[in-house]
Design a protein around this ligand. Structure first.
Ligand SMILES: [Zn+2]
Ligand SMILES: [Zn+2]
Ligand SMILES: [Zn+2]
Length: 131
């Protein structure tokens, strides 16, 4: 919790760690609530800071299509899904690179910094970034 408190203080999306206030939206905390005024605020925090939740949220937001070329790889129900996904799948790209922050809470995972890309577009983007 202490880690996320310092993160909340620096986060541009969160209201911040103010006693008695929701750390996400700043509303007054109801009794028995300690950090978030509602589950929705807690969920919003995790969706913007924890990689596995953020990744899932972004894929859904982008309707399981590549943001750049609109490509939609075969879904799980496709009979050859397991084979096809090796070369044809969606990945979630950090527009401003996360620099190894994937395993911890980080503001690099703000949903506005994430986009769903197909493998081809993701590779092209990474190449552009390096150039
Ligand atoms: Zn709230
Ligand atoms: Zn694409
Ligand atoms: Zn943040």
């Amino acid at each position: 919790m202490t880690k996320s408190l310092s993160l909340l203080a620096a986060c541009t999306l969160a209201h911040g760690a103010v006693p008695g206030r929701c750390a996400w939206c700043g509303a007054e905390l109801p009794k028995r609530r300690r950090t978030w005024c509602s589950d929705r605020c807690g969920d919003a925090f995790w969706a913007n800071h924890w990689w596995s939740v953020a990744r899932r949220t972004v894929r859904r937001r982008d309707r399981y299509r590549c943001k750049r070329c609109g490509h939609k790889p075969p879904g799980r129900t496709h009979p050859r899904y397991r084979t096809l996904r090796k070369t044809d799948r969606l990945e979630v790209n950090h527009i401003v690179p996360a620099r190894g922050d994937h395993r911890r809470l980080s503001c690099a995972h703000h949903l506005e910094n994430l986009e769903t890309l197909c493998l081809t577009c993701h590779k092209a983007y990474t190449k552009e970034q390096r150039a």
